[in-house]
Design a protein around this ligand. Structure first.
Ligand code: FPP
Length: 237
């Protein structure tokens, strides 16, 4: 008897392999990022269509600043151009776009676009899209700890009031369900500082036969099927 498929509420994707995709084709790395950005739109729309509640994509980590400055600058331009275009479409598609990470490090023009996008899509009721930019799980936890420490120092909180729920409420993902499924294409088997706290019980699907720009909606379906066949026990039996 076939079991009913379980759809994850929250999917995280580490969009990896853009550089290798370009190299395989003898193209500059930025071509890979451009193809990756295009694909990000396709996959986001599809997640909205099939009823995923939250999608979090890793677009730029706190460590990605270490890349050569030409690549970082070109990536910033790409984010800007694609966000202008994609966000207009997403607005028409009932997608609520949010940004997670320290966006204060970005160029003021990009920050303005980020703020506008969040504001204009705030009332959308479909998919919640979290775009992780200048995001790191450790940095996120430090920020949460600092806000809790400040509340303790000023007498608004006592140490015994600090619990998992309170800590979660100080993260960028406050109020959202934890990711059920985290997908990483490209053959790297690492979490790379992505949603460290939130992924405590996430199911990871590492897909080593595909690079992000080639990742199709069929690959997403394949990952969901793998997830659905797993037996989540949350530490129980
Ligand atoms: C990892 O591939 C990818 C990135 C660091 C950038 C991801 C960005 C995009 C897909 C564009 C998204 C666009 C928007 C607007 C959110 P890599 O360069 O590490 O690939 P490699 O491991 O093959 O070198």
């Amino acid at each position: 008897m076939s079991q009913q498929r379980i759809l994850p509420e929250h999917i995280g994707i580490i969009m990896d392999g853009n550089g290798r995709w370009a190299k395989k084709r003898g193209k500059p790395r930025m071509e890979g990022h451009r193809a990756g950005a295009k694909n990000f739109r396709v996959i986001t729309r599809y997640c909205n269509k099939i009823g995923i509640k939250v999608l979090t994509v890793y677009a730029f980590s706190t460590e990605n600043w270490r890349r050569p400055s030409e690549e970082v600058n070109a990536l910033m331009r790409l984010f800007y151009d694609y966000l202008v275009e994609a966000l207009r479409d997403f607005r028409e598609e009932n997608i609520r776009t949010r940004f997670i990470g320290d966006v204060s490090a970005f160029h003021p023009k990009l920050q303005k676009l980020i703020a506008e996008t969040e504001e204009l899509s705030a009332d959308k009721t479909g998919l919640v899209l979290n775009i992780a930019m200048n995001y790191g799980g450790r940095a996120e936890m430090i920020t949460a700890m600092r806000s809790i420490a400040a509340d303790c120092a000023e007498g608004r909180l006592t140490a015994d009031q600090i619990d998992e729920e309170l800590f979660s409420s100080r993260l960028y993902t406050a109020g959202q369900p934890d990711p059920d499924l985290i997908i990483r294409p490209s053959g790297e088997y690492r979490t790379s500082n992505f949603l460290l706290w939130q992924s405590a019980y996430s199911e990871y699907v590492f897909m080593d036969d595909i690079l992000w720009p080639d990742f199709t909606t069929d690959d997403l379906e394949r990952a969901i099927d793998i997830y659905s066949a797993r037996n989540r026990r949350y530490g129980g039996v």
